[in-house]
Design a protein around this ligand. Structure first.
Ligand SMILES: Nc1ccn([C@@H]2O[C@H](COP(=O)(O)OP(=O)(O)OP(=O)(O)O)[C@@H](O)[C@H]2O)c(=O)n1
Ligand SMILES: C[C@](O)(CO)[C@H](O)COP(=O)(O)O
Length: 249
C-alpha cells in the first residue's frame, strides 16, 4: 500500500436543497458571515494534507464565481444526483493524470462544521486502507421503523387532533453497529471510478459513495467523527449549525 498517496479534495455543491426549502441553493446560506460553501473550503484548507480544492457546482450556478475561498479552486459541473456530481469530479481529477492509488476526499458543502482533526484522521485511516474510509457517528437514538394505515379506527378521530398522516410503529431497529454516515468520505481514485461505473451501469439508487463500495462487498472503514459535523438539511438545522459554528470560533 502506498503510505503517502496524493490527496485530491472535492466539495460537492451542485444540489438544490429541496428539503431546506430556501429560494437560494442551501450551500449559499450565510452563517457567521460566510456561505456554507466558504466555511467548508476553509475547513479543508486547515488540513496539512490539502492544498487545493475541486468544487462541483450546478451548470447554472452564478454565485460561486463571486466568492473568495481559502484554497486555490478548480471547477467541475455536477449532475442531477449526488453520485453523478461526484463522478464528474472524479473524471476531472483523473484527467489531470492522477494515479489510481491516489486518495479522493469528498466533502459536502452542506457540512461546514467538520472539525479539522476529524478531516486529518479520516485521511490517515484511508491511507492505510485498500478502498477507503468515511467519517460517521454511532446512532444515539432509539430508532423506529414505521408504517401507514389509513383505515385504523382510533378512539379519537384523527381529524380531532388535526393530523391524519402520522404513521404507526412497526418495530424498533437494533442500533447496535448502526452508524450515521458523514463526510469527508475518502477513497482510492481507481476503485472509486470503478464502483461509480457500476452504479451507473446498474442504475443503483445511492445517497453516498460508500454505498457504491457496499454494493460490491468492498470494505470501507468507519472513523468515529464529531456530532458537531451536522449537515444543513432541514430549516431547523440552521439554528443548530449557527450555534455550533459560533461555539467553534
Ligand atoms: N445532484 C447533487 C445533489 C447533491 N449535491 C451535494 O451533496 C451534498 C449533500 O447532499 P444533500 O444534503 O442531499 O443536498 P441537496 O441534494 O442539495 O438537498 P436535497 O436532497 O434536500 O434536495 C450537498 O452539498 C449538495 O450540494 C450535489 O453536489 N449534486
Ligand atoms: C453523504 C451524506 O452527507 C452522508 O450523510 C448523505 O448521504 C447525503 O445525502 P442524504 O440524502 O442527505 O442522506
Amino acid at each position: 500500500m502506498n503510505s503517502k498517496p496524493n490527496i485530491h479534495a472535492m466539495i460537492v455543491a451542485a444540489g438544490r436543497g429541496s428539503r431546506f426549502g430556501s429560494s437560494i441553493a442551501k450551500q449559499y446560506t450565510m452563517l457567521q458571515g460566510q456561505t456554507l460553501l466558504q466555511h467548508s473550503v476553509a475547513r479543508l484548507a486547515r488540513s496539512a494534507y490539502i492544498d487545493k480544492c475541486l468544487l462541483v457546482v450546478a451548470a447554472d450556478d452564478s454565485t460561486v464565481e463571486t466568492l473568495d475561498f481559502a484554497l486555490p479552486i478548480h471547477y467541475a459541473i455536477g449532475g442531477a444526483e449526488r453520485w453523478q456530481s461526484v463522478q464528474a469530479g472524479v473524471e476531472s481529477i483523473a484527467n489531470t493524470g492522477a494515479d489510481d492509488s491516489d486518495l479522493v476526499l469528498i466533502h459536502d458543502a452542506a457540512r461546514p462544521a467538520v472539525p479539522i482533526q476529524d478531516i486529518d484522521q479520516v485521511i490517515r485511516v484511508a491511507m492505510s486502507e485498500p478502498y477507503g474510509a468515511i467519517l460517521a457517528t454511532p446512532v444515539a437514538d432509539t430508532l423506529k421503523q414505521s408504517y401507514t394505515q389509513s383505515n385504523v379506527q382510533s378512539e379519537l378521530a384523527n381529524d380531532d387532533i388535526g393530523q391524519t398522516s402520522y404513521p404507526y410503529i412497526k418495530h424498533t431497529i437494533d442500533r447496535i453497529n448502526t452508524w450515521q454516515a458523514q463526510t469527508p468520505q475518502v477513497f482510492r481514485l481507481g476503485q472509486l471510478k470503478a464502483v461509480l461505473h457500476h452504479v451507473s451501469e446498474y442504475q443503483l439508487d445511492i445517497t453516498d459513495e460508500a454505498s457504491a463500495f457496499e454494493y460490491l462487498d468492498l470494505p470501507i472503514r468507519l472513523v468515529t467523527g464529531s456530532r458537531q459535523n451536522i449537515k444543513l438539511t432541514y430549516p431547523d438545522d440552521a439554528v443548530l449549525l449557527a450555534a455550533i459554528l459560533a461555539a467553534q470560533s
